[in-house]
Design a protein around this ligand. Structure first.
Ligand code: BTN
Length: 254
């Protein structure tokens, strides 16, 4: 295999007290200078934290882990970019498992602890020709926050679930280590293993449940995820369908 480089997540580590968004900062950094692969930008507070689908990510100052990781996965076909998501989800799940056995990924990449959202992932890629060029992996993990504003859907934190306070830098080190481990599976092009690990932690995998797509509510069962990240669902009627982001919703578990 020609591409067997490795990544060491958090080397270097750039710490900021306050920033608009660590993802935005990482993107600016990529535009104006040479940046080491593995660079992490960590902030205590974000004034304009970005969530998925144009949402905001609001997080109390100094309570949680907010950071972005810079990668250059130039060996990865653009159509396989979801493998980055899968690695990152598995890394966060592995980090959380010592604290609870109720840890799942909700497709595509929300991390649930005791059925509530404890972490969000926002990955922003640039593509060159058919491959990935740069990837900014933004992670927001609720650690010590105990109260959330009313508008936030179904949030929780490590401390709410375990009843104790966590040392943020110790938690950060463990999480970065888990990210290094899982992302090096990607750099080793171990695609099958990455998907298996992701599916092992996927909420609803192989379980009959109610889903709603653009036309109706039906009983279905998640059986796989395509390389593109689309969800593969078998309907009770026997047919199999593939769904893109926001084309299917599970009947709320919260
Ligand atoms: C989601 O909506 O679930 C994704 C949330 C991602 C939030 C993190 S916090 C650190 C990084 N910087 C951002 O502006 N967003 C991501």
């Amino acid at each position: 295999m020609p591409h067997m480089k490795k990544v060491s997540v958090g080397h270097p580590l750039i710490r900021l007290q306050s920033v608009d968004s660590t993802n935005a900062y990482a993107t600016r950094l990529l535009q104006k200078s040479k940046v080491n692969e593995g660079t992490v930008i960590l902030a205590e507070y974000q004034t304009m934290g970005k969530g998925q689908v144009g949402n905001r990510w609001v997080s109390e100052a100094g309570s949680n882990l907010l950071f972005s990781l810079i990668l250059r996965p130039d060996f990865l076909l653009a159509e396989r970019q979801f493998y980055i998501s899968m690695c990152v989800s598995s890394a966060i799940v592995d980090f959380l498992l010592p604290f609870s056995n109720d840890v799942f990924t909700k497709w595509p990449n929300d991390i649930l602890l005791n059925r509530k959202k404890v972490a969000g992932i926002l990955i922003e890629n640039s593509i060159m020709h058919k491959n990935l060029h740069t990837s900014v992996v933004g992670i927001g993990l609720n650690v010590n926050q105990s109260e959330f504003p009313p508008g936030v859907p179904n949030p929780t934190s490590l401390s709410l679930v375990t009843g104790r306070q966590f040392n943020l830098s110790a938690s950060r080190k463990l999480l970065l280590k888990s990210l290094t481990l899982h992302l090096n599976k990607l750099y080793g092009q171990r695609f099958g293993e990455i998907k298996t690990l992701y599916l092992n932690n996927l909420h609803g995998m192989n379980e009959w449940a109610m889903y709603t797509d653009s036309t109706r509510t039906f009983e279905g069962r998640i059986v796989d995820v395509a390389d593109t990240g689309e969800l593969i669902v078998v309907h009770r009627t026997g047919s199999t369908r593939q769904y893109g982001f926001r084309e299917i919703e599970s009947t709320p578990i919260y």
